[in-house]
Ligand binder design. Structure first.
Ligand SMILES: [Zn+2]
Length: 101
């Protein structure tokens, strides 16, 4: 699933969780996040589609949003059910991103 390659700068950003939460909740656009990180919008888009993790849940709570229910990741053995939950979660994120655009 995950391609090896260049490290994702967003993943290593200090404000990663906060920015993820803001993007997901529509507080800022991916373009704005990209500007803050000094990255291309495409790299932010890739990160949001591929790398958003459970860590965003705590960040959303800290921003005053209802925490979204995310499945606990299974790093080695991903069950079918968990896989579907991840898919649904990512689909929701994708839809939010679409409305931002
Ligand atoms: Zn990333």
């Amino acid at each position: 699933m995950t391609k090896k390659g260049r490290p994702c700068l967003f993943c290593n950003a200090a404000a990663r969780e906060e920015l993820e939460a803001k993007i997901i909740t529509g507080r800022i656009t991916q373009t704005e996040a990209a500007r803050q990180l000094g990255q291309s919008r495409q790299s932010v888009n890739d990160h949001m589609r591929k790398h958003v993790t459970m860590s965003v849940q705590g960040a959303m709570e800290s921003l005053g949003f209802e925490p979204i229910t995310l499945p606990v990741p299974e790093p080695v053995d991903v069950s079918l059910e968990t896989g579907l939950n991840v898919y649904n979660t990512l689909s929701n994120i994708s839809q939010v991103s679409m409305t931002i655009w």
